[in-house]
Design a protein around this ligand. Structure first.
Ligand code: FES
Length: 86
């Protein structure tokens, strides 16, 4: 169960983390957080990391640049009705 203090701390973490969807490339995450895979393995991120979006990285979940070799194409945009003021 989350108390108010924990809730506020979690909100603070969200505000200091940015996820940018790079056109034709990876998700670029900036901030201080951890990534946990489905087996429970944890990876601490202190500043930034790129996660594979094309599915062809040899170092998943991280991007290894293969998206450029395979000419991955994807340019998703947030729909206007889903935009949030920050
Ligand atoms: S997005 Fe870079 S290797 Fe997949």
């Amino acid at each position: 169960m989350m108390n108010r203090r924990n809730y506020n701390e979690e909100v603070m973490i969200i505000k200091t983390t940015t996820i940018r969807i790079q056109d034709n490339g990876p998700y670029q995450l900036e901030g201080k957080f951890e990534i946990i895979d489905d087996t429970g393995e944890r990876f601490e991120v202190e500043s930034s990391v790129s996660l594979c979006r094309c599915g062809y990285s040899e170092n998943k979940p991280f991007c290894d640049g293969t998206h450029e070799v395979i000419h991955f194409e994807s340019t998703p945009r947030v729909k206007d009705d889903l935009m949030v003021e920050v």
